[in-house]
Design a protein around this ligand. Structure first.
Ligand code: FE2
Length: 378
């Protein structure tokens, strides 16, 4: 390979998340749930037709775009996947800067190309994309938007705003912080390497990996990040810990294969976000009250300055993870599908790049501290 080819190879990269595609039984109601409960705005729709019997609705909130697709016939890939997995996240699409080079590289590296470079046109220009297979039945669509100015993808038409929107509070969710997948046993390393080889991403080391939390989490984890640090993907596989099962094992059993377990949505004000999400009827997981007693004790020994009061975090079911330099706040929704597979994480960071791994231990300890009396209080 010449120096020029080498430079081109290194320069080809993932720029950002473009959108997520969920395959669901009823795209109309699933998209409406994300509008009413999480504050997304209706963006666009693409109606099914004979050559493309897929009905699609897209919603958007700041930089987060989700497309919900449903089949209108019992034949085809979506129907087959829905039978196997239930509703699930099928595709995580990335905007890329050099589609040709990334596809060339992935082909050479032996990645499965589900759809080679394809061009679609409409009045807003030409969109170029390709689709690669990744873990489980999931794919990544790589998108080149250089010559396309439409609001989403060719074939989509703008939809009306939702009348509920003006009645309900803003949820302040800004962008996708990370996407986390649970993997079948023994595939963590090969999956991580897949992103390094095919998408020019790098292993991401975070403070979480400094601690041995496997006894509590019962998982092994790794993550990758793109060069611009705008796309963070993390992965888990089952490991032997204190519990006979792990969240990765349970997830894989429920979905039937590896897949996306949660999408973490970033906010600059997690307390305001959770307050609004609850007001909209989103279901947020709660924690034992003893967790917050434990946090108060641990913070006494730390130099980190937490701006939010622990009482506020407790009231809003927000977890915290920290070291001496910073902290992150996180809360979780209950599962949003019929199967116990996908949920959302709401996250705010203050100089902390972890995923909240210490909370496996702290929630575990908090549960151990529960007495019958405190249990009743919660
Ligand atoms: Fe997460």
């Amino acid at each position: 390979m010449t120096k020029g080819q080498e430079d081109k190879k290194d320069a080809a990269k993932v720029l950002d998340f473009d959108h997520l595609t969920f395959w669901v039984a009823n795209a109309k109601t699933a998209s409406s749930y994300f509008v009413s409960r999480f504050g997304f705005k209706p963006l666009a729709r693409r109606d099914a037709n004979e050559t493309n019997p897929i009905q699609a609705y897209a919603v958007k909130l700041n930089k987060i775009t989700i497309i919900f697709e449903s089949p209108t016939t019992s034949e085809g890939a979506i129907s087959n996947d829905l039978t196997a997995h239930g509703d699930f996240v099928k595709d995580v699409a990335f905007a890329v800067n050099d589609l040709d080079e990334l596809v060339r590289r992935a082909t050479l590296e032996g990645a499965k190309i589900v759809k080679g470079i394809t061009e679609e046109n409409d009045k807003d220009g030409t969109l170029r994309y390709a689709v690669l297979k990744t873990y489980g039945d999931n794919t990544h669509t790589l998108i080149d938007r250089a010559n396309y100015s439409g609001l989403l993808l060719p074939g989509y038409e703008a939809t009306d705003s939702d009348p509920l929107d003006i009645l309900l509070p803003d949820t302040y969710l800004k962008f996708i912080d990370h996407v986390e997948g649970n993997l079948t046993d023994g595939t963590l390393e090969s999956t991580t390497t897949w992103y390094e080889k095919n998408l020019n991403m790098q292993k991401f080391w975070c403070v979480d990996y400094k601690h041995d939390l496997v006894p509590y989490s019962c998982i092994n984890s790794s993550s990758v990040i793109n060069q611009d640090e705008t796309v963070l993907l993390s992965f888990n596989e089952a490991a032997k810990g204190l519990n006979p099962s792990s969240k990765a094992t349970d997830f894989v059993k429920a979905l039937g294969t590896s897949g996306v377990e949660h999408i973490a949505l970033y906010t600059d004000d997690i307390i305001a976000s959770i307050r609004s999400l609850k007001a909209r009827g989103a279901e947020i997981l709660s924690w034992p009250p003893t967790y917050y007693d434990l946090i108060k004790e641990k913070l006494k020994d730390s130099t980190v300055n937490v701006l939010e009061s622990i009482e506020m975090l407790k009231e809003h079911n927000i977890l915290i993870d920290f070291d001496d330099r910073g902290y992150m706040l996180q809360a979780f929704t209950k599962h949003v599908q019929a199967r116990p597979t996908l949920f959302l994480e709401i996250i705010q960071r203050r100089n902390h790049r972890g995923f909240g791994a210490m909370n496996y231990k702290w929630v575990f300890e908090a549960i151990e501290r529960l007495t019958p009396a405190t249990d009743k209080d919660n």
